[in-house]
Design a protein around this ligand. Sequence first.
Ligand SMILES: [Zn+2]
Length: 790
Amino acid sequence: MKTHTILLSLLWLGTLPCLGSADRPSQLPERYRDFAIYTTSRPDPTNPAQIEMSIQLVNRGQRSLPTRVELNPRPKLGFKGGSTELDLAAGQMTTWQLTFHPPDGLVKEVIEGAIFFKSTRARDLFIAVRGPDPEGWQPDSEPEVDDPSETLVITDRAQVVATYAPRVRIDWWQRHPSSTITADQRVEPTVTLAARGRTDYAILVDVPEAAERENTDFQGAVADLARCIRIISGGAELPVVVSPEQGQRAIRLRFNNQSQWPHPDAYHLYTTSGGDVMIESGHVDGLRNGIYGLLTDHLDCHWFMPGTLGEEIPQPGNQAAVIGQIDQRRCPAFYSAARTNWGGGRWNLRNRNVARRGRIMYGHAFASLLKGTPELYEQHPEWWARDRAGTVRIFDQETGWSFTNFCTTNPQVLDMIARKINDQLDGPDAILASIDPNDLAPFCLCESCRAVDSSYGADNPDGRFSTDRMLHFANEIHQRLDPENQDKQLGFLVYGWQIELPETAKPGPGVTGTICYMDWDYDHTRPMNDPTAPSNKKFLRLVKGWGKLLPMMGYYDYPTDYVHFAPYGQVMKLREDIPLVHDLGVTCMVIEGQPIQATSALNLYICSRLQYDVKEDVDVLVEEFIHKFHGPAAEPMRNYWLGAEYYTATLRPGPRAQDRMTRIPAMWEALDGYLKEAETLVANLPENQKRFRDRVAFQRDGFELARRKCAIRDLVYTRQKAVKPHALTAENRQRAEDYQKWIATTRQRHAADDSYWPPLLPVHYYSSLSNFVGGVLKKLDAAGVPSASD
Ligand SMILES: [Zn+2]
């Protein structure tokens, strides 16, 4: 028996593809996020020339981890290296103390090491150390840290600023369920849906008209199903029918509202003994997800970026679309999700990141409910936010980003707002209305508003701690909803003057909030649960607190560099944050996924996949992205994407990580080098692999767009945005004009076939870019620096 088993497994191993054929080592923690490592430092109180380093090892998992950590010596830092070995029990945290003697004039050094679980080398380890900041140095162009414990300036002789422990390269990604099933993993008997241009399958749409059979997104998915199988099989056309011919097998899309589904968009995908493929759901959106489940999880079709260039549909040598036996139920992790890739409509649907059509989404709304005018301020001052003396706190912004708030306790205002909200909620499709204040507009300080604050024990002297009264107002409006609207939601943003936890007010039924993870206030250089960033400690406390208060809670994050459009590694953060907020009670995701694809595509892709399933193994997804999207350029492009992660993750803590990332010369140099290697590899690819060359070219365009912008910024402006002395030169004028021309040409090239190229920049950012270059040229004009072409 024993011999037989061994023989079988040897044979079985022999059929595996050589790349990525291993299984996941059993010694690894159950989940990546079960193990964490953080480092802090302080000068030795008895000898300030010596720095004490405390390394925290955390096991958040369910089983004990036999752990070994090794740190290499770093002579430039006066660090001798070290190693520790321990059994880290489930739920345990332990601290390991080390010291080093940094030299004078230290700028930045990184201690390198490795983490093992038993004999498996599981993580690389990087501990970033910085020397003191120069006299008068300022951290950011616009620091807005509201946590007093945030130390943005380093005064110690050396300070540990970051710990980054990414997983080592994995060779088991292809066999992990997070990647598409491999041929040898298919459960027998296999089913051939189509081969060599022929098929005996149809796509049967078994959906009543009343169940939105004609829904555009659903119809688009049906078309994708037929199209992808056509591509895989070398031209087979699956007819789309509402009743199959005798003996015709089918991929059957069956509307089933009899079963109990865990989520409206959930689906059941399975094969039958007769050879049919069934996709069942109680909603067309679930059927749509099931189609993309079949295409991605089983037929290896991927949409890594928007545009034709972002699509990767296999064209196997045997021209066969084959699946194994399937019985799979999947369901979105969040009740509602949306906007992961702005303007990437179909891309979002194909990656299954839209849940409940993203209906739980809202923004600032006071002005749309009741907007002030000079006449109204005059006639009805009592309707508006007023100061203690009774003067209206006018906040109408010329550019329209914000307006004057109304008073939230005035009875007339409450009646007007309740009537408007009831109108908005009219009809079964409206399930939510926004009652969010105008962006950062001051709240009312009238006697009755202040009485509301004190009734909750809230001290709100200048209207900047308005959480209790915001909840009070939301409850008041909800009580005024018509009976048919009582089960609907009122939403506000947990943001601005109502981000702090309330003193005692509680949201009533039907009141929901969305917490905003503002990157200008909070830290995006490390995961939210990393305690070495004080602002994130605060944010985590808020998420935990609000998660307990709100039965339905939204989460809003910004995983792109929408300022400079530069490389920005957020995968190391999204991988921890999204499952964490899910655990803490977030039910609705809204992502500000600005389509800055060339430098942020990996962030958006990973974000999207986690939004659908928080349990996905992110390293598996990353390897699949790199290998399948970049093909022959996978090696250097892997370094490119992971390089962006490394440089972001080794920054000091603090807000505005994007901006700080652009100020690391080594980052630009390293990433440029990887792109050059990739360019060499794809330069002479045959025509049928042209897409791999175009993908590298696309990355290059996005990289140059950002690099040239930042180079001009650094030549012309100080970090505090003042023009540098001696910067207004003919050479810089040439640089700016060249850049302007380059933008126009690049934009034109991409626009020439905009269904092929993913968006390089959204339209609104092209105008901000042109304002930037225009601003530089204006300064040169004013200084009388002539154009080279004059
Ligand atoms: Zn008031």
